[in-house]
Design a protein around this ligand. Structure first.
Ligand code: AHG
Ligand code: MN
Ligand code: MN
Length: 336
């Protein structure tokens, strides 16, 4: 059987199932094209002079790497002229980016983490791009930051591209999760897995263990029980994996199950967590749910959180359903 390209997959989604309007199809294709360009830049590494820091900071006070900025520019340039977008928002930009007047305005809003896993760029470990698509509210003209502040359950498309040994684009438009692998000779993404499912149980957890002394009691309880292994209350041994690129950790979970946690901790008690709600937790949370997993902030479903600001942070617990429910239950029990 001939391979199914991303383009064909999207056309069929549009035609047969009526899942996606043509403008959304165009948007996803443009994002995929941008990811292809980012993938090439990532691959060149030192040869392309893309490693190291850029000497600037983003709105969250993080040092920007050259690739953070390159990836951000690639995504903007690719998306601004197509007429499918009203505005964009990114981890690397303080405010929203309006589509310039010289181009037609579309009805979609695109949010992205252009380069996730920045600390892994220079050490040649998997990194990625995360994106989330919303519809601009129809009740008014123009577009403002307020229009972006929609719950994750309003997303119309979400996905990520992981730049690892293979470049893989993972996508949902609300009809399950599909994976596409980049064929470098042909320059296209081809469907390599459909109907991705996450096992409900797992023996593998992902958390930055160096923060153990800063954790809240329920997180400590859960991990202690995993570490106690066969002899402990869980009655089974657990394995640990932590890539420190959310895309790579989520990709592993979509592939073979597991639980990923970046919980609130005492290092920065006033912040709900490290990860960002609108362009990290929401798209990943939806993908995980679409594959039969669960995603909470340790108390409630991530997709039901009403964002208050663009760069809002959130505590994240996602992956195999039964484990996520357990961690969430430990938190609700503790607060009673
Ligand atoms: P980003 O590079 O976009 O700032 O995101 C990095 C995030 C996420 O990808 C990862 O899970 C986490 O930060 C890693 O945190 P540690 O440095 O605590 O390992
Ligand atoms: Mn990130
Ligand atoms: Mn980033």
């Amino acid at each position: 059987m001939s391979k199914i390209s991303l383009t064909r997959y999207l056309v069929e989604q549009q035609r047969v199932d009526g899942h996606i309007p043509s403008q959304l199809r165009l948007l996803i294709e443009v994002v995929a094209r941008a990811c292809k360009r980012i993938s090439h830049a990532v691959n060149k590494g030192a040869l392309g002079d893309v490693l190291g820091t850029a000497g600037s900071e983003n709105v969250q006070g993080e040092v920007q790497k050259k690739l953070d900025i390159i990836a951000n520019e690639v995504l903007i340039e690719a998306n601004e002229w197509g007429g499918h977008l009203a505005a964009m928002a990114s981890e690397e930009m303080d405010g929203i980016y309006l589509v310039p007047n010289r181009y037609p305005q579309g009805e979609y809003l695109l949010l992205f983490d252009p380069l996730d896993g920045s600390s892994n760029i220079d050490v040649n470990v998997s990194i990625g791009t995360i994106f989330s698509v919303l519809k601009k509210p129809e009740d008014h003209a123009g577009v403002s930051e307020q229009d972006f502040l929609q719950c994750g359950n309003r997303q119309v498309a979400a996905g990520y591209c992981v730049y690892g040994p293979q470049t893989t684009l993972v996508l949902t438009v609300g009809d399950g999760v599909a994976m596409f692998t980049l064929d470098r000779e042909q320059g296209s993404f081809f469907l390599t897995q459909e109907n991705v499912r996450i096992p409900e149980d797992t023996r593998e957890f992902a958390i930055n263990m160096s923060n153990v002394r800063h954790w809240d009691a329920p997180v400590k309880r859960y991990i202690d029980e995993c570490l106690a292994g066969k002899e402990g209350p869980r009655g089974k041994d657990f394995n640990m994996r932590w890539v420190a690129s959310m895309v790579a950790d989520v990709h592993r979970i979509l592939t073979r199950g597991g639980i990923f946690m970046y919980p609130w901790d005492k290092r920065e008690p006033d912040k709900p967590g490290k990860l960002r709600l609108m362009y990290e937790a929401n798209p990943m949370g939806w993908l995980i749910e679409q594959a039969g997993g669960a995603a909470t902030d340790a108390r409630q479903r991530i997709l039901d959180i009403q964002p208050q600001k663009l760069h809002e942070r959130v505590s994240v617990v996602l992956g195999s359903k039964n484990e996520v429910e357990r961690v969430t239950r430990y938190h609700t029990e503790a607060s009673k």
